[in-house]
Design a protein around this ligand. Structure first.
Ligand code: FPP
Ligand code: MG
Length: 315
């Protein structure tokens, strides 16, 4: 999938991330190994390590630290999904049983915690407080995003501003952190670091809006996740927010009163899916404009392809 984008780029090998994942989290000799082995069989898109390694290539030369950080940030993503699936009562992830479904909530929570703790041990060996700061800020923001999402859900008070704030925290923060960590791994220049951070943030927003769209329109065979999880969990996302002000009074009932198919029909009738696609395009064009501030190279072209792939992706 995504690895096909990098075939022509030498010295960028996403397989090394799998190899290091095994070394850091699996060959550790603890009972947790059984659960980490389960994760090794569940390969995701590896978008975050790819962004990190491309950022490293743009800022300098990929080195051992680039791969180390790529693995650790992919592991942070994995740990956050394990916890997210517990919260969302998700049964499927990456086309397989979710970890909570397979092993129960207790072991799933603990495996996520183990991955985080082990990552901190590895990062603590670094003589680089900057990478620790980037990692810690990203994990803090992921948690804050998820907490805010739950608070909004309980209060029933959602606005577009709040929706975007959650997106920035729960998704965009990790994308921008990966781009920044890639530059840090090569001790690259400050201006490149700022540009790629801003790129990552906007790609993260475009990516999560697309994810929220796929929760309505996706196909389990392609996304590897069940659809309708957001509405089932009472989480209001962009497709609904984009139509809410256009609805006549009699249709403005509690969203939890709609079934999934009724909600889809309502969004379709009020052009909500089209508006959502337009919003993805808006953030995608911000990403492309940011990339135009960099010298045009084959690596920057791959980042542009990722932006376009997100627009069309069905997975
Ligand atoms: C997916 O959202 C979830 C996230 C992007 C972040 C989850 C973060 C936490 C659970 C906080 C815990 C964090 C750490 C550091 C362990 P989604 O439910 O909209 O996407 P999905 O459809 O893929 O489930
Ligand atoms: Mg979820």
């Amino acid at each position: 999938m995504l690895s096909a984008l990098t075939e022509k780029l030498d010295s960028l090998d996403l397989n090394k991330v799998d190899y290091l994942f095994r070394e850091y989290y699996f060959d550790f000799g603890l009972p947790s190994s059984k659960f980490v082995a389960f994760l090794l069989n569940q390969t995701g898109k590896k978008l975050r390590p790819l962004l990190l390694l491309l950022s490293a290539r743009i800022a300098g030369d990929i080195n051992e630290n680039s791969y180390k950080y790529a693995t650790i940030f992919e592991a942070l993503h994995t740990a956050s999904l394990i916890h997210d699936d517990i919260i969302d009562l998700a049964e499927l992830r990456r086309g397989e049983n979710s970890m909570n479904q397979q092993f129960g909530n207790k072991l799933a929570v603990l495996t996520g915690d183990f991955i985080l703790s082990r990552s901190l041990s590895i990062l603590a060996q670094e003589q680089n407080p900057e990478i620790l700061r980037v990692y810690a800020t990203a994990s803090e923001e992921l948690c804050l995003g998820e907490i805010q999402e739950q608070q909004i859900k309980s209060s029933g008070k959602i606005t577009l501003d709040k929706y975007f704030e959650v997106l920035r925290l729960k998704t965009a923060s990790l994308f921008s952190a990966c781009c920044e960590a890639g530059v840090l791994s090569t001790q690259g220049p400050e201006n490149i670091r700022q540009i790629l951070r801003a790129f990552g943030e906007n790609l993260g927003i475009a990516f999560q809006i697309k994810d929220d769209l796929l929760d309505f329109t996706g196909n389990v065979g392609e996304t590897g996740k069940d659809t309708g999880k957001d509405i089932a969990g009472n989480i209001i996302t962009y497709p609904i927010l984009s139509v809410v002000n256009d609805l006549p009074k009699h249709l403005q009932k509690e969203f939890s009163h709609y079934s999934f198919s009724e909600m889809k029909k309502l969004i379709t009738d009020y052009s909500g899916f089209k508006k959502t696609e337009d919003e993805i395009l808006k953030y995608s064009s911000i990403c492309l404009n940011i990339l135009d501030r960099l010298e045009s190279t084959d690596k920057v072209e791959v980042l542009k392809k990722i932006v376009k792939l997100n627009i069309d992706r069905k997975f």
